[in-house]
Design a protein around this ligand. Structure first.
Ligand SMILES: [Zn+2]
Length: 429
């Protein structure tokens, strides 16, 4: 496949003009004019911007099933009163259809890989396998799973996930360990799971200082901030993705920097749940590899990465009254390369020869992108998810012109809606 005479995001995260050639699953040429070889299909025209595929670094894909369920509550009541009872009624099949629906939303907004924390991980992996997307999948561990870690259902499911799916589909699917959060887990669990992740050479996925209450209660309970606590428990000795990081202190930022932790900034979720605004410019200044995520569809309420890109470019400028913050190239890097690094994927996230052909193609010819004096500001401030024309993973077109090539979206939407309706009816009596 050859993208001829297009805009593309260079490896310096500036807009460039030229050709991007793909052979098999790999980017073979990037530059002013591709050699006159046959790369197969030619997609030409300057009204396109080829971007590295987006990495949704924090998601609960099956939570499409809970979209709009339990609105208006603070995080703790929302979880205990609405989310956990709903989730208690989910079956593996429900989670499969919810995941596939979530993956469809992600592919349609240029996402080529996502990091997921949920249960019924086999269903999440099965949906990822069918769709062709990349995924780092983890079983979120909660203390309500009870007892000693190695006797818990969650650990059994974590081991099953690693044994069955880690490295599956040519490495497209990776297993990770996960602790849901400081306030939902015992210290002994946390320490043991950190050891397990290290022994497997795997990543670990957590929620960190999402709300002021969570952060304050941890200090009261343990005499340490959540970041200090997780560091003490050895969690950051593994490759760690820490979702949210809204209420972290300056000392916490040093901990994250020192340990090479990967924060996943989720601006929509943080704003919607009234959690606050994460100190992203401070984290970036500290050299922290900050990635971007949607969180689940029940706290967002969609999985549109362009919206997260848009918001994360805006809110830090407004909060700090400084329009020099979060420039478009840096935000696009957060959405792609930084996420790929958080996932431990060193072969993707940038448009460069030898890297995997994981690409999102943005059409630049809609009225909201015409005329266009600055291509990257157009992509970040003006574009909408619907401007994504094509999403490519490992050189395969998975989404183009509104159609999904690997699964039946109508069936997924119908089955997911039926599952969500059944559970809502059971709970509402
Ligand atoms: Zn989350």
């Amino acid at each position: 496949m050859l993208f001829k005479d297009v805009y593309y995001l260079g490896e310096d995260f500036e807009a460039r003009r030229g050709d991007v050639a793909v052979r098999g699953d790999t980017i073979e040429y990037v530059g002013p004019a591709a050699p006159a070889e046959d790369f197969g299909e030619i997609i030409s025209g300057g009204s396109r911007l080829v971007l590295p595929g987006f990495v949704n670094a924090h998601c609960h894909a099956p939570m499409t099933l809970l979209r709009g369920w339990g609105e208006g509550l603070p995080l703790d009541r929302w979880l205990t009163e609405r989310v956990f009872p709903f989730e208690g009624r989910l079956t593996a099949e429900d989670v499969y259809w919810g995941s596939l629906l979530g993956i469809a939303e992600m592919l349609a907004s240029g996402v080529t890989s996502f990091s997921d924390m949920y249960s019924f991980c086999g269903s999440v992996c099965e949906a990822a396998r069918l769709s062709g997307i990349k995924a780092n999948v983890s079983r979120g561990l909660l203390s309500q799973d009870g007892g000693a870690l190695r006797e818990s259902k969650a650990f059994y499911e974590t081991e099953e996930l690693f044994n069955t799916w880690d490295g599956a589909c040519g490495g497209r699917i990776k297993a990770e360990a996960s602790i849901h959060a400081e306030y939902t887990s015992h210290e002994s669990f946390v320490r043991e799971l950190a050891e397990y992740a290290k022994a497997c050479g795997a990543g670990i996925h957590i929620h960190l200082s999402e709300t002021r209450r969570e952060h304050g209660e941890c200090i009261a309970r343990r005499g340490a901030t959540p970041a200090e606590y997780f560091e003490r428990c050895g969690v950051f000795e593994a490759r760690a993705t820490a979702a949210h990081c809204v209420h972290i202190t300056d000392a916490d930022i040093e901990i994250l920097a020192r340990n090479g932790v990967f924060p996943a900034h989720c601006p929509t979720s943080n704003l919607k749940l009234g959690s606050g605004v994460a100190p992203v410019p401070k984290m970036l200044s500290a050299g922290i590899n900050t990635a971007l995520g949607t969180d689940g569809a029940s706290s967002n309420n969609n999985l549109n990465m362009l919206e997260e890109i848009h918001l994360s470019a805006l809110i830090h400028r407004g909060a700090a009254e400084d329009s020099s913050l979060t420039p478009p190239g840096e935000v696009l890097k957060m959405a792609s390369l930084n996420g790929a690094r958080a996932q431990g994927r060193g072969d993707t996230g940038v448009i460069k020869p030898g890297f995997k052909a994981d690409l999102a193609v943005l059409k630049l010819d809609s009225p909201r992108l015409t005329p266009l004096h600055d291509v990257l500001s157009g992509a970040v401030f003006a574009a909408q998810g619907s401007d994504i024309e094509m999403t490519i993973v490992d050189g395969k077109i998975l989404y183009a012109g509104g159609e999904f090539t690997s699964f039946d979206i109508r069936e997924a939407a119908k089955k997911a809606a039926a599952a969500a309706g059944r559970i809502a009816n059971e709970l509402l009596g």
